[in-house]
Design a binder for this molecule. Sequence first.
Ligand code: AMP
Length: 284
Amino acid sequence: MKIFTTVKDMKNFSRECHCAGKIIGLVPTMGALHEGHLSLVKASKEKCDVTIVSVFVNPTQFAPNEDFDAYPRTFEKDVAKLKLLGVDAIFHPSPEEMYPAGFSTYVNVEGGLTKKLCGASRPTHFRGVATVVTKLMNITQADESFFGQKDAQQVAVVKRFVTDLNLSPKVNMLPIVREESGLALSSRNAYLTSEEKISALALSRGLKKAEATFFAGEKNSAALKKIVADELATEPSISADYIELLKYPSLEETEFVEGESLLAAAIFIGKTRLIDNIILTPNS
Ligand code: AMP
């Protein structure tokens, strides 16, 4: 397994792969890898000849008051996990390599896609995500890219700019990997105390209850959101950032679940912000 830290070396590797007629898969991550990330790697290994995993805690997607410095960095452990899965290359650049002096070009997806849900409380987040993912796609010359439904809004944003900017990679979305308890795996779960981890289960529990009620025939957005809100209210240590039900992937408002819809929530528990969602599909 190769580890590249410069754009030049990463590009050379990708060029050689393409010259040999190989299909390249890219899995963008910020490291602190868990089974959720590894499910994306496995999907890429299945679909592509060559899998590149980027491990880069991207400063431009964090606001100054957010957890960029505290974000878990476990590179040696990540390398061992990726080696076991037979990954071909890791791209692990420094912030200076990705954003050298003079850097001043950003990718900005306009409108509700980046302003709603996480975009409301993190107004510069998706500009950072869109910029770094565009750069990673260009550097690796990927044919396929792999993202988790855990960040369903991110996938909608990525699909939008890949289409708008005529980028090459196909965008694949993989299901959320959860602990047996229901808690969605997240690098930020490392911030939770054992009590907070138990309290946090109200989030997945609320979404699951709403999903069951939806399958039982409830299509009203307000009613489904209330089920999540009521479940979160059972845990005094949780404050909700948002609970939304929107059409997916357009993220347009909808009073009733008619087509594919995203029921998504973000919560604060202690200092930690967690997100989770389910996609509701009528007649599924
Ligand atoms: P991150 O390192 O948090 O930026 O995540 C990198 C990729 O892994 C993103 O596409 C995430 O959506 C995906 N991911 C994170 N957690 C999970 C999970 N529990 N299940 C599936 N994919 C995940």
